[in-house]
Design a protein. Structure first.
Length: 344
């Protein structure tokens, strides 16, 4: 993206918010067009996955079950095609926050500072804070709407395959869980603000790009690790006769229950039909298994809590970005004039 050679007269006329916004749209037009194109292409693929590909895979599984006892042959290509494209589109939805952070870090503020267009705007009756607010406004709307649409389409495509595809991903699959929920939308907004912040701190497009990507990946990783602990778990007990502890969902902890009721995390050997396991359990005085996990009813509490936390972090990052801009630019032109008048 190249900076526009904008005349001081044009900037002065663009002092009003609508004209300033139009100027910024022209400046970042390629990226602002690329994001809707990405959303449209990926949205179309998700409609394809949730529609024709899912229908073909369901038919494939029907043929498979019909052939189980008859010795007939069936074509697994439809099932494999669904599996592959579901994985591709899931990865693409999860990559959206990283793409937003990369663009924001490489161009949104750093490129304008490098090319001097931001400084030019600040000298033409446009305050730095107003410039930054206008710079973030339209991308924030596009990122929210676009990533929200992708998450909704992914959730629909996943739901379409639950009834008739035996190998469809469970709701607690790590990629599916992340791509199906609003926390990914919040992460995309965080990536946008992180890119702007690193653009002001780094003063170099490459440094800002790398910094924003690493920071967004770090935030994503922290939330992935923290999410299972954001809501109280359900504990389920089961007999040692089972091969594994009972309980299907996001597992937080598993282990053994002793005769006194104490929980020992881990130490899962296997079925008591295996003599070494039975001996190990007897030494620990184990009488059963326990499993602390999140059932499917916890999906929305976990997602909404994680989303609220990421949005709070995004708000804090936004405040930090404006403060960094204020320290970098100092008093606005009008304030400098007032200060000079007071000194006289």
């Amino acid at each position: 993206m190249t900076a526009l050679a904008t005349s001081p007269v044009a900037l002065r006329r663009g002092g009003s918010s609508p004209r300033l916004l139009r100027w910024l749209v022209r400046l970042h037009r390629p990226a602002l067009l690329a994001w809707p194109a990405f959303v449209l292409v990926l949205g179309g693929l998700l409609l394809w996955v949730g529609g024709p590909l899912t229908d073909a895979a369901v038919e494939g599984w029907k043929h498979y079950h019909a052939c189980e006892s008859g010795g007939c042959a069936y074509d697994p290509s439809a099932v494999v095609r669904y599996k592959n494209w579901y994985a591709y589109t899931t990865y693409a939805v999860l990559a959206a926050p990283a793409l937003v952070a990369a663009w924001s870090g490489a161009t949104l503020t750093s490129r304008e500072l490098e090319h001097g267009t931001a400084q030019l705007a600040w000298t033409q009756s446009v305050s730095p804070a107003r410039w930054l607010a206008a710079t973030l406004a339209l991308p924030a709307v596009l990122v929210t709407v676009g990533s929200g649409l992708l998450v909704a389409l992914h959730h629909w495509a996943w739901s379409a395959g639950q009834a008739g595809i035996d190998t469809a991903k469970d709701w607690f699959d790590a990629g599916t869980y992340a791509a199906n929920g609003p926390a990914t939308v919040a992460l995309a907004l965080a990536g946008l603000v992180l890119g702007a912040l690193f653009g002001l701190l780094g003063r170099n497009s490459l440094v800002s790009l790398v910094g924003s990507l690493c920071a967004t990946a770090f935030l994503w990783g922290v939330m992935a690790l923290a999410t299972p602990h954001l809501w109280p778990t359900v504990t389920r007990l089961s007999s040692l006769k089972n091969n594994v502890p009972a309980g299907s969902g996001i597992v937080v902890d598993q282990g053994l229950v002793t005769a006194t009721g104490r929980h020992i995390s881990g130490h899962l050997c296997g079925s008591t039909t295996y003599q070494p396991c039975e001996t190990a359990y007897a030494k620990l005085d184990a009488v059963g298994y326990y499993s602390d996990y999140h059932p499917q009813s916890h999906y929305w509490p976990l997602q909404l809590t994680a989303t609220a936390i990421v949005l709070a972090v995004t708000a804090a990052l936004t405040v930090a970005t404006f403060r960094v801009l204020g320290r970098r630019t100092g008093p606005t032109p009008s304030r400098r004039t007032n200060l000079k008048g007071a000194a006289v």
